[in-house]
Design a binder for this molecule. Structure first.
Ligand SMILES: [Mg+2]
Length: 429
């Protein structure tokens, strides 16, 4: 019987600010980073996970991972992978660590990194990619993953099980289609705010040529510039390609409404993070004002409770869950079930460090076993840092190729862990 012998945490940072990759209206100089965790065991398999941050503060997440280590070290691997919901609640219900959130911020992101590492371990033990591990569970086993506390006014466990049962007959057929076609993607690569016009137009044209049917532009720093760049992008891709815009929380509610009125002639598909991720009613007001442009948010929504309120208040057209911000796979299963109940498409946040690698498992599980559709659903894609992962994403014809390697694709190469360690790695000298 294998045991978790250690929880190892690493501060890994990539100097992306040097090329302005990842630059937006709120984050002009990100250094994409991972607070990376390895669940070391005395068995054949180990679990890998991470929290994504953008530089300063990554050490805070590493410290938060270390603070959770005593809850995990010494646990029996078979017991952990046999009750992943119970394992997650062991972390998020710890009364002393919970004081730092509850269920939000650095402590929750640290719990997410460890919970995702446990799913990675479970996938490896079972010999399955995590999307398949989840999609092979019975409706009751899936419901057992979820922390149902605070959800029953919007979704009960019984309703969720019913919803999952209704999707069961089509699972095999959808899994077959997933293996053949993969899952639709859109690209943010052309749209970083720090890129000049030539780079924006060139990358937008390349995206369409590669088969993407949606791109995304960062907006929110300067209205005149945004109108001009949006015009350039629309001209580059033509009328048939969707252009989403992303303000990264920059605006107040009235400002969002004015800004989107100015961009409307260029037919934006969605406005992402128009204002604070905590502002449930503000998002609802913006949504009423900017329709038929859709409102999307979620990458900074802290937990299932805020997502629940956003769905109840009609704040969202598109739900953008993040694999590493809320409490890992288990809380994201709750969010996928909520979205399915309210009929809201999930288009996950990705990019960053490894977010594309891990979040595809959640969308693919959703397609096979929860919502049962890819209509109006796309996973974000950004084409950097994939080379640092052992099981990197592959995009073909604007689709994520379905991963088949066991685990959650979170493992970073050993040489990267050495070179990009902060501050002692060679890249930072
Ligand atoms: Mg965004």
């Amino acid at each position: 019987m294998a045991t978790i012998t250690a929880v190892e945490a690493f501060d890994i940072r990539f100097p992306t600010s040097r090329e302005l990759d990842g630059s937006d209206a709120m984050n002009p100089d990100p250094d994409y980073s991972a607070a990376y965790v390895v669940l070391r065991t005395d068995g054949a398999e180990h679990g890998h996970g991470f929290a994504f941050t953008i530089g300063r503060g990554n050490d805070v997440c590493v410290a938060a991972i270390n603070a959770h280590a005593p809850l995990v070290t010494g646990l029996d691997v078979a017991e952990v992978v046999g009750d992943l919901g119970g394992f997650a609640r062991r972390l998020t219900h710890d009364s002393q660590l919970r004081w730092l959130g509850p269920e939000k911020g650095a402590s929750h992101m640290a719990a997410a990194a460890i919970i995702n590492a446990a799913f990675d371990l479970a996938g490896k033990v079972a010999g399955k990619p995590v999307w398949k591990l989840l999609a092979d569970m019975t409706p009751d086993q899936i419901a057992d993953l979820v922390d149902w506390r605070y959800l029953s006014d919007a979704l009960t466990r019984e309703e969720a099980v019913e919803l999952l049962r209704a999707a069961e007959p089509g699972r095999a057929e959808r899994e077959k289609r997933l293996m053949e076609r993969g899952y639709p993607a859109y690209t943010t690569t052309p749209g970083w705010l720090g890129y000049d016009d030539e780079k924006l137009v060139r990358l937008a044209r390349e995206a369409v040529a590669e088969g993407f049917t949606q791109i995304k532009l960062k907006v929110g720093a300067d209205l005149g510039e945004d109108v001009r760049r949006m015009g350039l992008a629309r001209e580059a891709v033509g009328p048939g390609v969707r252009i989403a815009v992303d303000a990264n929380q920059r605006w107040d509610v009235p400002q969002a409404e004015r800004w989107m009125a100015a961009l409307a002639p260029y037919d934006p598909y969605w406005i992402e993070e128009p204002t604070s991720p905590d502002d449930v009613l503000g998002h609802a007001a913006i949504r009423r004002a900017v329709a038929p442009v859709k409102v999307a948010t979620g990458e900074h929504v802290q937990n299932r409770v805020i997502f629940k309120q956003m769905l109840q208040a009609g704040s969202l057209d598109i739900l953008q869950l993040d694999a590493c911000r809320v409490g890992g796979v288990t809380e994201n299963v709750a969010i996928l079930l909520l979205a399915a109940k309210y009929g809201v498409p999930v288009c996950p946040h990705a990019g960053g460090v490894g977010l594309c690698e891990v979040v595809r498992h959640l969308s693919m599980f959703d397609y096979v076993a929860v919502s049962g559709t890819v209509e109006d659903r796309v996973i974000e894609y950004v084409d950097h840092l994939h080379q640092h992962f052992l099981d990197p994403v592959v995009i073909e014809g604007g689709h994520y190729v379905t991963p088949t390697a066991p685990g959650m694709s979170a493992e970073i190469r050993a040489e990267t862990l050495t070179a990009y360690a902060y501050p002692e790695g060679s890249v930072w000298q």
